[in-house]
Design a protein around this ligand. Structure first.
Ligand SMILES: Cc1cc2nc3c(=O)[nH]c(=O)nc-3n(C[C@H](O)[C@H](O)[C@H](O)COP(=O)(O)O)c2cc1C
Ligand code: SF4
Length: 364
């Protein structure tokens, strides 16, 4: 295994012990009140012993209205913050860093869960949404930047090393970035600069509330793979602007739940040539940015991880392989050469949708 994969790297003021990240993973195990459960503490205990230098939490909603399911964590009050601190304390025992991923699901939130109308950039029933949303007013948009910032400040106080702002996969920030879901005619819609305004305002407010020494990254789609969706040149331009403003790193993903041919959780990764389906976008980002770029999706073999690092990617982010084998990275470090056992079948969602949490259900 290449030494570089296990060499330290800085992400803002934070030093990571190696190049591996556990990508944000909703685990379907949060309590209905939004706090972290003992089952989640146990999950993070196992992950923190598994070799990754950085763990990212699953998407945590910054307001109850931004929530998509009953098991999704929230970070809006003191008890939720205290439960997150238990995750931090567990992870810190192993010299592993932790980012809290912050999200508002917007038009992908569920009113059955939130008991409120869903909100989005516009009030059209989009193919992406399951419900017809209410359009956010500009005052509500400003209020939401504060909700992100307050959640980030809570994460910092709980001991997290940083936050990741979720701007990918068709959730609220992504809905603002994408022309297909943003037909606003005010300063938040229309031109690329206007569609990026909400994300930039969220970033600036989070920075204001957390300080210069707190690590802030984003996860963004290199491409939406969707009709009239966000495309790579525009996404990259937005991230270049954020980097000028002090963003510490970016994880490049792609797609939304109904995009084609690629969703954020691509299936059929059966051979090396299928690995890293967002390769072109990742490569465009690494060529233009001086902040660390994390590659995500479909990375399954140590060879591919090495190749990405040799091409300028700073960090390797894995999700499903660590559901299947939480200690995979430790095994790779100890010399295992085989790729991850995960076959990208996505059967791990089956128990989670029955309220029993994410679990590898690979057929033998
Ligand atoms: C069970 C599950 C839950 C996920 N939850 C999140 C999430 O909360 N936030 C996020 O940004 N991505 C989430 N993802 C996407 C992953 O972070 C990752 O981008 C995607 O699975 C591709 O990486 P992989 O091929 O290593 O699994 C999730 C994926 C899975 C399978
Ligand atoms: S159920 Fe399938 S996709 Fe999920 S972790 Fe197991 S092998 Fe991977």
């Amino acid at each position: 295994m290449s030494k570089q994969l296990f060499s330290p790297i800085n992400l803002g003021r934070l030093t990571l012990k190696n190049r591996f990240i556990r990508s944000a993973t909703w685990d379907g195990m949060g309590f209905n009140d939004g706090s972290f459960s003992p089952a989640q503490i146990e999950l993070y205990r196992r992950l923190s012993k598994g070799g990754a230098g950085l763990l990212t939490t699953g998407f945590i909603a910054v307001t109850p209205q931004g929530r998509r399911n009953f098991e999704q964590n929230l970070l809006c009050n003191r008890p939720q913050q205290q439960s997150l601190k238990k995750i931090v304390d567990t992870v810190k025992r192993e010299d592993v860093a932790l980012l809290a991923q912050l999200v508002h699901c917007g038009g992908l939130a569920k009113s059955e869960v939130t008991k409120q109308a869903t909100v989005a950039p516009g009030n059209r029933q989009e193919p992406l949404y399951e419900e017809t949303p209410k359009a956010l007013s500009s005052t509500e948009i400003t209020d939401l930047t504060v909700k992100f910032a307050e959640a980030a400040a809570r994460a910092r106080e709980a001991g997290c090393d940083g936050v990741q702002i979720h701007a990918a996969h068709g959730y609220l920030i992504s809905q603002f970035l994408s022309p297909c879901t943003n037909q606003r005619e005010d300063e938040y819609g229309g031109s690329p600069e206007n569609r990026a305004r909400f994300l930039i305002a969220v970033y600036e407010k989070v920075r204001e509330y957390t300080g210069a020494d707190f690590t802030i990254t984003i996860k963004i789609n290199g491409s939406d793979y969707f009709n009239d969706g966000l495309e790579c040149p525009e996404s990259l331009k937005t991230v270049l602007r954020l980097a000028e403003l002090g963003l510490d790193g970016v994880e490049v993903s792609g797609g939304n739940p109904i995009s084609k041919p690629l969703t954020p959780i691509p299936q059929a990764i059966k051979a090396r040539e299928n690995e890293v389906p967002f390769r072109d976008e990742i490569s465009a980002f690494t060529k233009s940015l001086s902040i660390p770029v994390a590659a995500v999706a479909g990375i399954r073999s140590p060879e591919t991880a090495k190749e990405l690092i040799s091409r300028g990617v700073s960090l390797i982010s894995l999700c499903r392989p660590l559901i299947c084998e939480p200690d995979l990275i430790k095994q790779w470090q100890q010399g295992r050469e085989e790729p991850a056992r995960c076959n990208s079948c996505n059967r791990c969602f089956i128990p989670a949708f029955k309220g029993k949490g994410i679990k590898c259900m690979k057929k033998p």
